[in-house]
Design a protein around this ligand. Sequence first.
Ligand SMILES: [Zn+2]
Ligand SMILES: [Zn+2]
Length: 222
Amino acid sequence: MPNLKQQLADIKLLMQYAVPPPELATAAALVEKHSTDRVSLNIFQAFYSYLPEGLEDAIAVLRLLERRQGTFLICASTTLSDYLYLATSEQAEFLGLLAEGIWEEEVLAFFNLENREAFFKKYAPLTKFPVYVPAHLHHDLCPFCHVADGEIHTLGCPVEICPWCGGQLTSCACRFTRLGKADLTSEGQLEELLTLLNKKGRVPFSAEEHRPAYPLTPLDLE
Ligand SMILES: [Zn+2]
Ligand SMILES: [Zn+2]
């Protein structure tokens, strides 16, 4: 993953070309506010790298529509329009205009939406959805992969507990001994490990037990 400071610098550089000059200060302040949050930085980077309308524009607000297993459905609103992004701490994908809804069946199914109509029914009006709060400020989310309390971590998350030894799954030796391999190099081996893990039963994230004690602020709430 890119270093946060570098990513922020890259976004600010992109913004010099993408944002109408009078809006630059406000737009940059919004990005700055999210400077420690990978999920939203990925959205800013995607937006300012590839302006959806091909016109100078700036994100004014991010709203959270859905969150599941560390994947966030976020609407980025500008003075021109509202855009949907699917984002994780790894990447952000532009889905299209909010007004056109979601077409991808895989995405609809992931968020338990029957079809495009169901999407429109649920997400209008947009203003009832909360302004996105950086994921790491939520005490009920895994600080690394951002899954919620009771959900299974993204494979490779350093917070996941090993179901065999109770240690840290990314650093204990169980993955090698279980597969009988000295290292894990191929996708196939990862699949095999995942099958073994699922058979054993993975340890879901517990906000109470597994999250390091971060001080909480009232920001968490609104
Ligand atoms: Zn995690
Ligand atoms: Zn282990």
